[in-house]
Write a protein that binds this ligand. Structure first.
Ligand SMILES: *Cc1c(COP(=O)(O)O)cnc(C)c1O
Length: 725
């Protein structure tokens, strides 16, 4: 994409507010309340109208508004405080990593991911994996980890969802406007855009490099939409997970091989390489090629690469792992194996997984073979992954298959609602965000008066409902949405009645319609005179996944049906922002995956952090978080019976029983001042569990201690015969 030299923001700012430009170009602002408040103070209507995009705000705000702010003592006080906070965070040392590992040389850890969800103004993510990568970067910044990240700049990285009157999902691909995102082109000495080139089959593709600052962490994004490339090559970085296998192998060549070249070109010398999901596994081949080119033999090169590599696998669904046909591998890699000194068979063996899923070059198998450290993303997923990948270590018992687990976490200050944040300041500690990795801090949740916690929750619930209504108004104005569509989008939801949230990607294994299975029984719960329940759905189906789109349609029809009386709703266009309001504002977070297919799940953690109670199958993170006092487990005791009619029926029955006999009565059991004491007690337990054990901070600290630092030690220690670079 073209980088225009653009000075409109800088030219427009009064001298006293000059540093606003710096602030809006570092996504640090997105998880610091004080900075977000500053933009709200500057222009509240623009803050809402731009969907929280400060770069756009500065472009659109009238100059006299800026001039007035530059003279407003209250604004200036806040402005100075925000910059001081940012400087302390970004320009000083003494963060956790430097404090706890002072003796270590400051290594560079390279983190590769196909998607990053940091903020909606940078739409280069599709779902959970991207949001997790985004949270990883924010936390690495907070902890002062010396990390650099590499990914794609998708021009249409994210589709916006619209549901037509018939409940069918339409995908709209708005093009990213560079000028509206916190992107800076990386320039060379001649102030031209810096590029690297990658051979893709018999072509050479030039990749332009963009930089995004996520606090202290630089995120480098590659972009093939560049003048020097053929028109078809310019499409390579257009969309996330679009196209066929051939498109995909080409994208993954760019991500893995191009990613290594970008870091080299920028002078980064990573000592640890983290492959976040197999999409970027080709980086291993590039690093082998470099080592062999510098004179190592292949066994030595392999040991060196392994020592420095950490690999995280994210899915127990076999189809979720990329496998490329040998035909495609021949086409794109036949030039490489001679350079590695390998025969075709030896080369293809690096990606072999004789797992009964057909032949081909498996990106997860490649990564597992060439990483000394590998992990799954929850305890249960660790067990499943060891079973799944035992084929690579046939002579080992399952428990000795070298795949550990680091359970995912959610970045706490990004996900805790503002009113709760204030409550935590008051009752946990004024600096609770800085200290949230101390377990004793979370014990103090018990000290929050029940009525205050309940009032905070009610405020978040009202906020969510008003956001839902506001979106409906926009649908009405912009698309003349019908009365039925408005009803389905949630405008009739009752703030006093129990609200259950179900929002996530519509993949069939997540079984969005399980709760709707017994329509008659559900109707009884929805319309109960004293204790009604309501359900809010949101989520996107992959545009090519028709079965998932049919599930979505079924949900939408239920929301449209007058019989449900507006008590079932579908909120269109699930994204980071909708997710935020829902995980903060509903009462119950429902999750009904087909165990064990949910590797971890993170939305339930975000909900629990806000005191929203999980009602979930014992899968992924919930299998290790549930303790009987912090939510509910849908567990009819049938284990992992084969999927299908019976299993769905038994689990749906258990869900309805819990709803009718435990969840709903507890919610409506109020004391004299209207506070549901038993419910609030559970909310406190949920907050404690999530804060202590499922924060992004715990996750990144665990990666640092158990994966990055040992990898670094291995990388630095001369191997028995290998010597070092
Ligand atoms: C947290 C999050 C997810 C992940 O949700 P799961 O329930 O873990 O699948 C997906 N999308 C968005 C926008 C999120 O914020």
């Amino acid at each position: 994409m073209q980088a225009k030299t653009d000075s409109t923001i800088a030219d427009k700012l009064p001298a006293r507010l000059r540093r606003l430009e710096e602030l809006v170009y570092n996504l640090w602002w997105s998880w610091h309340r004080s900075a977000r408040d500053l933009f709200k103070m500057l222009d509240r209507m623009l803050w809402i109208g731009t969907r929280h995009n400060p770069i756009l705000i500065l472009r659109e705000v009238p100059p006299d508004r800026l001039a007035a702010a530059a003279k407003d003592p209250a604004f200036l006080r806040h402005y100075d405080a925000v910059l001081m906070e940012m400087d302390r965070d970004l320009k000083t040392d003494g963060h956790w990593f430097a404090r706890t590992h002072p003796a270590t040389e400051q290594p560079t850890i390279a983190y590769f991911s196909a998607e990053f969800g940091v903020h909606i103004s940078l739409p280069i993510y599709s779902g959970g994996l991207g949001v997790l990568s985004g949270d990883h970067l924010k936390e690495a910044s907070d902890l002062g980890l010396p990390l650099v990240a590499v990914g794609f700049l998708y021009e249409q990285g994210y589709f916006r969802q619209r549901i037509d009157a018939n409940g069918w999902q339409e995908a709209i691909y708005p093009a990213l406007t560079i000028e509206q995102a916190a992107l800076k082109p990386v320039l060379d000495e001649g102030r031209c855009c810096r590029t690297v080139s990658v051979e893709v089959g018999n072509r050479t593709v030039a990749l332009q490099i963009w930089r995004v600052d996520v606090g202290r962490v630089p995120l480098f994004l590659m972009d093939a939409n560049h003048d020097g490339n053929a028109p078809w090559d310019r499409e390579l970085t257009a969309r996330l997970y679009g196209g066929d296998q051939e498109m995909r192998i080409q994208q993954e060549i760019l991500l893995g091989i191009g990613g290594v070249r970008i870091l080299r070109a920028l002078g980064c010398e990573p000592r640890v390489w983290h492959i976040n999901e197999g999409h970027s596994s080709f980086m291993l081949l590039e690093r082998l090629r470099e080592l062999v080119a510098s004179g190592r033999d292949m066994p030595t090169a392999m040991e060196m690469v392994k020592a420095e590599t950490v690999f995280t696998t994210h899915t127990p669904v076999p189809a979720g792992h990329d496998v490329f046909s040998y035909h495609l591998m021949d086409q794109y890699f036949q030039g490489l194996w001679p350079r590695l000194g390998l025969s075709r068979d030896e080369f293809l063996a690096l990606g072999r997984a004789d797992d009964g899923h057909g032949g081909g070059f498996n990106m997860t198998a490649l990564a597992l073979r060439l990483s000394r450290r590998a992990n799954a993303v929850s305890r249960l997923h660790g067990e499943v992954s060891r079973k799944m990948w035992r084929v690579l270590w046939p002579d080992r018992p399952e428990e000795r298959v070298p795949i550990g687990h680091v359970t995912n976490g959610a970045h706490v200050s990004s996900w805790v609602g503002s009113v709760l944040h204030s409550l935590f300041r008051k009752h946990l500690a004024p600096d609770w965000v800085e200290r949230h990795d101390q377990p004793t801090l979370w014990e103090k949740v018990e000290d929050i008066p029940d009525a205050e916690l309940w009032a905070a929750h009610r405020a978040l619930k009202r906020k969510m409902l008003s956001v839902i209504r506001e979106r409906a108004r926009v649908q009405r104005i912009e698309r003349s949405a019908s009365a039925e569509q408005l009803l389905a989008s949630g405008i009739l939801l009752d703030p006093e009645a129990l609200v259950i949230g179900f929002a996530r990607r519509f993949a069939t294994y997540k079984r969005a319609t399980l709760v709707l299975r017994d329509a008659e029984r559900l109707a009884g719960l929805l319309h109960d005179k004293d204790q009604p329940i309501q359900i809010v759905f949101a989520g996107k189906a992959h545009p090519a996944d028709d079965p998932a789109k049919r599930l979505l349609q079924e949900v939408f029809w239920t929301a449209l049906n007058p019989q449900t009386g507006g008590r079932v709703a579908f909120v269109e266009d699930y994204d980071l922002q909708v997710a935020r309001y829902l995980v903060q504002g509903v009462d119950v977070w429902l999750n009904t995956p087909l165990r064990p297919l949910e590797a971890s799940g993170t939305s339930g953690m975000k909900a629990a952090l806000n005191g929203v109670l999980n009602l979930s199958i014992l899968d992924g993170w919930w299998a290790e978080a549930y303790n009987g006092r912090n939510g509910w487990a849908i567990d009819p005791g049938i284990g992992d019976a084969p999927p299908g009619g019976d299993r769905d029926a038994v689990e749906a029955e258990a869900l309805h029983q819990l709803l009718a006999e435990e969840v709903t009565p507890l919610f409506y059991k109020r004391d004299i001042d209207g506070v549901p004491r038993g419910w609030v007690e559970m909310m406190k337990n949920a907050i404690r569990t999530a804060g202590e054990l499922f924060s992004g901070r715990r996750m990144v600290q665990q990666y640092a201690r158990e994966y990055y630092l040992p990898a670094l030690a291995d990388a630095l220690a001369p191997g028995p015969e290998t010597g070092r670079r």
